[in-house]
Design a protein around this ligand. Structure first.
Ligand code: SF4
Length: 323
């Protein structure tokens, strides 16, 4: 339950399935996960996005293994203290795995509750009201089934557009339905436009075998500990992106790639070149057919494909070609 809930944050079931199967097979117990290296976990997570989840998964596995003797705490309050587990995830695990009668609120449940009660306060401020209305409804008997039923109701019947109210068991009590204003809820404040950052990504191929030069990102911050081709800083200031490339070789500009992160849009100018020198300090060459073993985030796959159009990387945890 813990692994699936962490993987499913911001990600669809279809995308998660092969990763979940790989993790469960490779690290069947929380102790196995705690004893593995973060590099291996990052590599297995590559392509799933929101990479801090992988680092927190590893940290939480260590806490459960060392402080709780390998046995998960069973209450939402105790689970909340584990790395990477927030209000939703702690409640979901406690309710589904341990039958604790706590309210589980995800985006689907927020939609159902704001419609049931016609809550005019916009999200996220309305979260408190949603909890106030939902708490008394949570049954002591089978709270986990209730939580999953509410989430399924939101996902399949009380959908964002054209909810199937005639099939909904709540319709006699639903204020939004009575008012004919279902799609007015939840009220949302307009989204901010994401700022743009720019940078340069350098794809350097070794002349003898076309192996790719890569480096590890810092252990903290965005895409912490993941692998990338050498890059300039990713900055709001256009001028900074042209700071010195990692090698003094002839560069060919091969185009731009764009990737959207949570807080900004990144546009990378991709440049390609060849070398027969050794890898600079803290960088290494990876043969193209071994790139799948590296913890390359999706933005780096886009960069590599821009520079090497016929490159095929098969993700370790995926059965299909990487995106
Ligand atoms: S009646 Fe319609 S709007 Fe109200 S909870 Fe059910 S599906 Fe959602």
């Amino acid at each position: 339950v813990w692994l699936s809930e962490i993987m499913l944050q911001q990600t669809t079931v279809a995308a998660v399935k092969p990763y979940f199967e790989y993790f469960i097979t490779t690290w069947p117990t929380v102790q196995d996960l705690a004893l593995s290296s973060l590099d291996d976990i990052n590599a297995a997570w590559a392509g799933l996005g929101y990479y801090r989840r992988a680092a927190n998964l590893h940290k939480a596995a260590k806490v459960v293994s060392e402080d709780y003797n390998g046995i998960f705490p069973e209450t939402a309050e105790a689970l909340l203290s584990l790395p990477g587990i927030g209000a939703y995830t702690s409640a979901a695990i406690a309710s589904i795995a341990f039958d604790e009668p706590v309210a589980v609120v995800d985006g689907n449940v927020e939609r159902v509750m704001t419609r049931l009660r016609a809550i005019e306060t916009p999200l996220p401020q309305a979260k408190k009201q949603v909890l106030e209305y939902l708490n008394p409804l949570v049954p002591k008997d089978r709270p986990g089934d209730f939580a999953q039923a509410m989430m399924d109701l939101g996902a399949t019947i009380c959908t964002p557009k054209q909810p199937a109210c005639s099939l909904c068991p709540w319709n006699p009590n639903c204020k939004a339905y009575k008012l004919g204003r279902q799609e007015d809820f939840p009220v949302k404040v307009p989204k901010k436009i994401k700022p743009i950052r720019r940078g340069v990504a350098y794809v350097i191929l070794r002349k003898s075998d076309s192996a790719v030069l890569v480096e590890k990102r810092p252990d903290t911050g965005l895409l912490a500990g993941m692998v990338q081709v050498p890059c300039s800083d990713w900055t709001h200031k256009q001028d900074d992106k042209d700071k010195a490339p990692p090698l003094a070789i002839e560069w060919q500009s091969v185009g731009e790639v764009e990737h959207v992160f949570t807080h900004f849009r990144l546009i990378l100018d991709v440049r390609a070149g060849h070398t027969d020198t050794a890898a600079p300090n803290s960088m290494w060459f990876v043969k193209q057919d071994e790139l799948d073993k590296e913890a390359l985030p999706t933005v780096m796959l886009k960069v590599l494909k821009k520079a090497i159009p016929d490159l095929k990387i098969i993700r370790r945890a995926k059965s299909g070609l990487a995106d």
